[in-house]
Every structure is written in structure tokens, then in C-alpha cells.
Design a protein around this ligand. Structure first.
Ligand SMILES: Cc1cc2nc3c(=O)[nH]c(=O)nc-3n(C[C@H](O)[C@H](O)[C@H](O)COP(=O)(O)OP(=O)(O)OC[C@H]3O[C@@H](n4cnc5c(N)ncnc54)[C@H](O)[C@@H]3O)c2cc1C
Length: 290
């Protein structure tokens, strides 16, 4: 079998929060074909978890049972397939997608430049920023299921919402075709520079976080509500509410997943008590408690 199979692999090194216990086994394919063959070889009842760049995950301290598929830096081909269409594989980094589109003189993917995830993660989360979101630019996707069946789907086959995509039916994204608009590379580049500078000014981009922990409730901002509760700098164990952006939780170095989970619950309780609003998490909690 091609690719790499790791046993009992610590997941903390694969998540941007730097927490999480081990994966029972982790498979890193070399190509799309390896992945197709590997999935077909797994027992029917195997639990499968798909990992992107781990930038939106709270992996619990007991780790993940079953198989973790890790496509980062692996299945990452990109190709200009028409004057306004780009083929992108799921493991390609969002920043690389933005760069490829810029170099191809295509505008519309600039917001991806600051999202520290893979295309697969961006598709699953409908990642967005600066007024744009992933599914605005998706024309079609290629999906794979646990028995290695590959299918093509149109964007219209899914129900797309704010940081949510419904209609996956036990499938994962292998690749996407993005439809963009023609633009001027220099202008697109300038826009990306501006967006990245704004992000560095407003977010703790140099700290271990998972980005925004909570979704913004309708008509308001989670960060505003948390800050108004006086929670900036609030600490539980090794986790603290960022002083720079109240919707970010920083791992101060020694945080466990439980510290982060407890801080999430505490924030939710405080916002509920003080504002009567139930904050929903944007981050995906996975795995087992210790
Ligand atoms: C500093 C920082 C800033 C951030 N800024 C933003 C932002 O501006 N906007 C925003 O939306 N998010 C932001 N995020 C959150 C995160 O980057 C996005 O949600 C991103 O899309 C997650 O991609 P990932 O590859 O890291 O996915 P992961 O975190 O690895 O996984 C997230 C989910 O996607 C699933 N998944 C991954 N790959 C696939 C696949 N191929 N097929 C099916 N499911 C898959 C996983 O199983 C999991 O459920 C930020 C995070 C950080 C750390």
C-alpha cells in the first residue's frame, strides 16, 4: 500500500490549538488513487474521521478511535481548467488557492488567503471572511464515501448556510471546481495584502487558537457579547479568552482540551446570563474524553 499509516499518532501536533490525544491510526495518502484504494481496504464498520489542517477542531484529550485520514500537503493539486475555472484538491491550503487564483488573474478567492485551513475544511465549514464565503465560488465538487465510491455533485445539491453545509450523507470532499471572475493580478494582490494586514491587527494570529470559537448570533457579534461580559483575559487552566479578540481562545502553552471545553461552557453561561443569548460553537469538538 502506498502512503503512510501511523499508529497511535498524537493529534495535538496536527491541530492549531495544539491539543488533542492520539489517533488510533492515521493514514496519509500520497495521491487520490492511494486514498481510494485505502478506503476500500478498511472494514465496513471502521470509524473514519477526516482531518484538514486542524484549524477548526477541538480534539478531546482521549483522542480519536478508528482511522483519521490526513490529506494536508498531500492531495493538493490545482489547475486552471477554463479561463474562469480552477480545479482544487481537498488537501490544498486555502492560502495557496488564493495565491494560485491571483497568479491566474482571477478574483473572488481573496478571502481564502487568511483562512489557515485546507480546501476540504473550507468546503465542510463553508469558511468565510470579509463578506465572502466558500460556497459563493463553488461550481461543483467531487465526493468520496467510506466504500470508495466517487461521485460528482453540483453546488445546488447542498443546503448551504452560515458556516454550515447540509447534504454530505457520509461523504467527504475530494476536490472542487471554483468559478471566479477575471481580474487584474496586481489589484487582487493588493486586496489580499490589505485583508491580511487587517487580520493581523485584529486577531491573535501568532497564538495557538482555532479562530472564532462561536458563531455570530443573528444581528450581533459573539466577540462583542463576550467582551461586554468582561471576559477578555479570563483564564481556565492553560486556556484564556484572547485580549485581542474576545471570540478567540488562546492556548497559553499548557492547555488541555478539557481546559478549553470548560472555558467554552463558562463563556456560554455568562453570555446567556448577562445577554439572554445562547452562543453556538463554530469549532468542531471531536474525540473521546480521557
Ligand atoms: C487564526 C485562525 C483564523 C481563522 N479565520 C477564519 C475565518 O476568517 N473564517 C472562517 O470561516 N474560519 C476561520 N478559521 C477557522 C478554520 O480555519 C476554518 O474553519 C477552516 O475552513 C478549517 O479548515 P481545516 O482544513 O483546518 O479543517 P479541520 O479543522 O481539519 O476540520 C474541520 C471540519 O472539516 C472536516 N473536513 C476536513 N476536510 C474535509 C474533507 N475533505 N471533506 C469533508 N470534511 C472535511 C473535518 O472532518 C471537520 O469536521 C480560522 C482559524 C484560525 C486558527
Amino acid at each position: 500500500m502506498k502512503g503512510t499509516l501511523l499508529k497511535n499518532e498524537p493529534l495535538a501536533k496536527y491541530t492549531s490549538w495544539r491539543v488533542g490525544g492520539p489517533a488510533e491510526q492515521m493514514y496519509l495518502p500520497e495521491s487520490k488513487q492511494d486514498l481510494i484504494e485505502f478506503l476500500a481496504s478498511l472494514p465496513e464498520d471502521e470509524k473514519i474521521f477526516w482531518l484538514g489542517l486542524g484549524s477548526n477542531l477541538l480534539v478531546m484529550d482521549g483522542g480519536i478511535r478508528g482511522t483519521v485520514i490526513n490529506t494536508r500537503k498531500r492531495i493538493k493539486e490545482m489547475d486552471l481548467i477554463d479561463s474562469d475555472k480552477v480545479y482544487v484538491e481537498a488537501g490544498a491550503g486555502c492560502a495557496n488557492v488564493a495565491r494560485f487564483c491571483t497568479q491566474s488573474g482571477l478574483t473572488g478567492a481573496e478571502f481564502l488567503a487568511g483562512i489557515p485551513g485546507t480546501m476540504g475544511g473550507a468546503l465542510k465549514m463553508n469558511a468565510g471572511a470579509s463578506g465572502s464565503e466558500t460556497w459563493n465560488i463553488v461550481e461543483s465538487v467531487e465526493m468520496i464515501n467510506a466504500t470508495s465510491q466517487v461521485t460528482q455533485k453540483k453546488a445546488a445539491d447542498f443546503e448551504i448556510g452560515y458556516r454550515s453545509v447540509k447534504g454530505l450523507n457520509g461523504e467527504w470532499f475530494l476536490s472542487a471546481v471554483l468559478r471566479l471572475n477575471k481580474g487584474e493580478s496586481e489589484t487582487i494582490q493588493q486586496k489580499i495584502k490589505f485583508l491580511l494586514k487587517e487580520r493581523a491587527n485584529n486577531q491573535p494570529t501568532n497564538k495557538p487558537t482555532c479562530g472564532s470559537v462561536f458563531k455570530n448570533p443573528p444581528g450581533d457579534y459573539a466577540a462583542r457579547l463576550i467582551e461586554a461580559c468582561g471576559l477578555k483575559g479570563y483564564v481556565i487552566g492553560g486556556a484564556c479568552v484572547s485580549e485581542k479578540h474576545a471570540n478567540f481562545i488562546e492556548n497559553m502553552g499548557s492547555a488541555t482540551a478539557v481546559d478549553i471545553e470548560e472555558l467554552i461552557v463558562y463563556i456560554q453561561q455568562q453570555v446567556q446570563q448577562q445577554h439572554g443569548i445562547e452562543l453556538q460553537t463554530e469549532v468542531c469538538k471531536v474525540g473521546e474524553a480521557l
